[in-house]
Design a protein around this ligand. Structure first.
Ligand code: FAD
Length: 415
């Protein structure tokens, strides 16, 4: 076990996830003087890491600050299923925003996982990346109608995937649900290794990393002056807040809520006992359970979200009960599994009413951008955020960026 459970004082996560860390993480001194840079990224989790790699590759002089060990905030809690399917089904997004806009967002998400895969492959990032199919399962005890309608809408949107009725699902995947959608184009990863590999690459491209905390932000000339806990300051042309669920209160949006979630990893399963293709499994419904496998043959299963438990000590108190429920769910899903928890962990989980992230310029603050509020698609949306903000900084705004804007208008009843 190589992860310290107390690496975050933000209360972003607790317990032990099964992920590995780089043997030689990028060094991070404390700043001993004031500094100037093109782009300051606050937060070195997966969002800040994609951002640092991409913006430094574009030629910006980048600084990254993290007050904790980078990658060991919420990123270490992630079960790291890289789904292009969004928490809000295409059906729900269509009801909210109309078919064209909903289908467009789904295609951007599909392209984001493809882009992430291309990046990992072209840079040979050592991060346990594997392309996977996803299996979107009808909720236990509910019929196939909802999934059939979702499938037809996805076909109309030209999204990949096939509908499996109960019989096909049972014969092809040995899973007993009323129906499922099987889709190519998703993936899994070790989130800590990916984050640290991206930061290492950013550093090779000239980015600097510091172990300081940003405590204040003020407009200064044509940039932003960021005050640090040490009393020093960084003046940056642009600032990106990649602070995850620790995003400052002044950026809280009515659409965004923080809840809690739990996950476990089993011991390595016996060879030949895992489900077909090691597909990423997730259920329809608001509070879904999901499962994946790891390179060392464990099953990771998560869910059990609870908005009433908001701090880490409440999450810790609930750990034993949530673990027992997740083990029951695993037995229901895959009776052949060795149903025991080797790792148990929990984390803060931020989501939005429409299932879409908050990405773009910070309302009312010049030269500041932020990316957060990702729900279950955190890593896919983090990648997407880095590409979007890179384009925004180059003055290349695209109309669909408004769909994810931090201050986007939302249908009544959602906020
Ligand atoms: C149990 C669980 C399961 C999940 N499963 C999935 C999944 O399967 N797939 C998926 O895509 N997503 C999943 N997610 C979501 C995903 O983990 C998050 O969206 C993602 O990790 C957020 O990354 P981040 O870089 O934005 O935040 P973090 O990893 O939290 O990074 C933010 C960093 O900012 C630093 N920071 C904050 N404020 C300051 C400051 N003022 N100064 C300096 N540093 C600061 C923190 O120290 C932290 O390191 C899951 C989340 C949880 C909790």
């Amino acid at each position: 076990m190589d992860m310290d459970p107390d690496t975050t004082h933000d209360g972003l996560r607790g317990g032990y996830p099964p992920w590995r860390q780089r043997r030689q993480p990028v060094g991070r001194p404390r700043l001993s003087e004031d500094l100037r840079c093109d782009v300051l990224i606050v937060g070195g989790g997966i969002t800040g890491s994609f951002m640092a790699e991409h913006l430094s590759a574009l030629g910006h002089q980048v600084c990254v600050l993290d007050r904790e060990k980078p990658g060991l905030g919420s990123t270490a809690a992630s079960t790291a299923m890289l789904l292009w399917e969004i928490d809000a089904s295409l059906t729900k997004l269509t009801q909210l925003y109309g078919f064209e806009r909903a289908a467009g967002i789904y295609h951007h998400s599909l392209r984001a996982v493809a882009g992430l895969k291309a990046l990992v492959e072209s840079c040979a990032l050592p991060c346990g990346f594997h392309a996977r199919n996803s299996l979107y399962l009808a909720k236990a005890g509910s019929g196939p109608r909802e999934l059939l309608a979702e499938h037809e809408l996805r076909q109309r949107a030209d999204l990949p995937g096939a509908y499996l009725d109960h019989r096909r699902l049972l014969s092809e995947f040995s899973l007993s649900r009323e129906a499922a959608l099987v889709s190519p184009g998703s993936a899994e990863v070790d989130p800590v290794l990916l984050s640290q590999a991206l930061l290492a690459r950013a550093s090779e491209q000239g980015a600097s990393l510091f172990a300081d905390e940003a405590v204040s932000y003020e407009g200064a000339g044509r940039g932003v002056l960021v005050g640090l806990d040490s009393g020093h300051a960084i003046e940056a042309d642009k600032v990106v807040l990649a602070t995850g669920y620790a995003t400052p209160d002044w950026l809280s949006m009515p659409l965004h809520t923080i809840s809690s979630t739990w996950a476990i990893a089993t011991p390595a399963q016996a060879p030949g006992t895992l489900w077909r293709d090691r597909a990423l499994l997730w259920e329809a419904g608001e509070k879904y359970t999901y499962a994946r496998t790891t390179t060392d043959n464990r099953i990771v299963i998560g869910g059990e979200d609870d908005a009433s438990l908001r701090d880490q000590s409440a999450r810790d108190d609930a750990m034993a009960a949530k673990t027992a429920t997740l083990l029951d769910r695993l037995t229901g899903l895959w009776p052949a599994a060795l149903s025991r928890a080797d790792f148990q962990w929990s984390g803060a989980f931020g989501e939005t009413g429409d299932g879409l992230p908050l990405i773009g310029p910070v309302p009312g603050r010049s030269n500041m951008f932020a990316a957060y509020g990702y729900g279950g698609n955190g890593i896919t949306f983090s990648y997407m955020a880095s590409r979007m903000i890179g384009r925004m900084m180059a003055g290349k705004n695209e109309p669909w960026f408004h769909d994810l804007a931090i201050d986007r208008p939302v249908p009544p009843g959602l906020a």
